[in-house]
Design a protein around this ligand. Structure first.
Ligand SMILES: C[S@@+](CC[C@H](N)C(=O)[O-])C[C@H]1O[C@@H](n2cnc3c(N)ncnc32)[C@H](O)[C@@H]1O
Ligand SMILES: Nc1nc2[nH]cc(C(=O)O)c2c(=O)[nH]1
Ligand code: SF4
Ligand SMILES: [Mg+2]
Length: 207
């Protein structure tokens, strides 16, 4: 195991934190404070936030100041994303946010072990580094990115292992949306256990 140069129960590399509307998934349309942690080793070729990958680029920020900033906005929904937030032990960040009244959601690939106290888990499995099976019990939302036709099979492989209460969503990869969105529409009509998730913030031109 790689040893971290910082203590994730005290501080974390924060690329950015911003108040916006959750654009994707079940919470789409809800005001939320996003905390984007630096660092990811999954390497998705189509990742829309590749600047996040190198954790060393981003300032170590104390958990208390992350929480203080979050409290400046009226919503009490926090979304932890990245990068891959589960690169780090999420216990301190999540419990600190919950203690002051936040509902705490995560966006994760599931490629790293479960940690943290989550109110809602969006699991978005990646072919580039598959999720650990322990995530299937924790996921509230399985959000599979469709980049090409082979991703429908990948989606079903994870749906077969997920807990029965988990929402199943297919989301077009942004650069391939014109090509894949019609395929997703037909797929969902034929396989109604799935729903569609769009990156609505990109249409709204908000962060
Ligand atoms: C940037 S990732 C960060 C969190 C975590 N590493 C993950 O992949 O779930 C946030 C969400 O954006 C999705 N995403 C990333 N790049 C995308 C793209 N080009 N098109 C559509 N969704 C994308 C991911 O699948 C994930 O659900
Ligand atoms: N508005 C907005 N909604 C989002 N949902 C998931 C995002 C992410 O990058 O994790 C994201 C994001 O970057 N912006
Ligand atoms: S796991 Fe998430 S942050 Fe990492 S490369 Fe893939 S989409 Fe980007
Ligand atoms: Mg995003």
């Amino acid at each position: 195991m790689h040893k971290l140069a910082f203590n994730p129960s005290v501080e974390l590399p924060v690329m950015e934190a911003f108040y916006t509307i959750q654009g994707e998934g079940v919470f789409s349309g809800q005001a939320a404070y996003f905390i984007r942690l630096g660092g990811c080793d999954v390497g998705c070729v189509w990742c829309d936030v590749k600047e996040s990958w190198d954790a060393n680029k981003w300032p170590l920020t104390s958990i208390s100041s992350i929480v203080d900033e979050a409290l400046k906005f009226p919503a009490r929904l926090a979304v932890i994303t990245g990068g891959e937030p589960l690169m780090y032990d999420m216990a301190a960040l999540t419990t600190s946010l919950q203690k002051v009244g936040f509902v705490v959601n995560v966006e994760t690939s599931g490629a790293h072990p479960v940690s943290g106290s989550w109110d809602w888990v969006c699991l978005s499995p990646k072919k580039f580094k598959a999720p650990l099976p322990e995530w299937y019990a924790h996921a509230n939302e399985l959000k599979v990115i469709i980049y090409n036709n082979s991703d429908f099979k990948w989606a079903e492989e994870h749906a077969a292992q997920i807990n029965k209460n988990c929402k199943l969503l297919l989301q077009p990869e942004w650069s391939k949306q014109e090509k894949v969105t019609p395929l997703i529409v037909e797929y969902v009509k034929n396989n109604p256990k799935w729903g569609i998730s769009l990156q609505t913030h990109k249409y709204l031109n908000i962060p």
